[in-house]
Design a protein around this ligand. Sequence first.
Ligand code: SF4
Ligand code: F3S
Ligand code: FES
Length: 231
Amino acid sequence: MKVKVKIRRFNPESDRRPYWAEYTLDADPSDRIIDVLVQIKGYHDGSLTFRRSCAHGICGSDAVVINGHNRLACKVLVKHIGKNIVIEPLRGLPVIKDLTVDMTPFFAKYRAIQPFLMNDEPPPYTERLQTQEARARFDDTTKCILCAACTTSCPSFWSNDSYVGPAAIVQAHRFIFDDRDRGAQVRLAILAESDGVWRCRTIYNCVEACPRDIDITRAIGEVKKAMLVGE
Ligand code: SF4
Ligand code: F3S
Ligand code: FES
């Protein structure tokens, strides 16, 4: 099928402002949007810049805005979108070039919640064991691939980019509710600050955007509750 692809492009080194580039090409309905981008780069305009690695929904590197929705380009098929495809970079992060945004501020928020196991107790001879029930407590939030689709779809983040954002809260949840970890109070104190979890206004865009179907608002709610009444 013939598809028309509009891409919001911008090279800060040479363009005064972003502009729309249009390409018409043949695509199979079962092609992914990442295949369309690769075809454009290979056969229409080699200067088109986008990020991707695994191409199978694992690495989280190719989140973009597709027809208004934050999506992984490797998880959306042409037949899901139709003949008119519109692709933009994620909103709220600086554009490096075309569809590639600077993830540095995003990962700074991730680092801020200290995303590693904290436990100074002497480790047992083998591993730190955990029951299946205890593991299930935070199973959902272990699925995060740090694609930034949630945080960059959040109006609270758009209006205040100091807000830690849903992705960092999801990552904090993964450790706060891990019974092997002893750093919950440290993370809860960080998230209780003015740009922390209370900036969430339960707008739900993040849930709609998440390619891993993580129940983000539930995780945020559990973190808020832990702050108020304990884990
Ligand atoms: Fe991506 Fe979902 Fe993780 Fe947010 S919670 S970074 S949308 S995988
Ligand atoms: Fe934003 Fe999601 Fe909360 S969209 S306001 S983090 S529910
Ligand atoms: Fe890795 Fe899409 S390229 S998730």
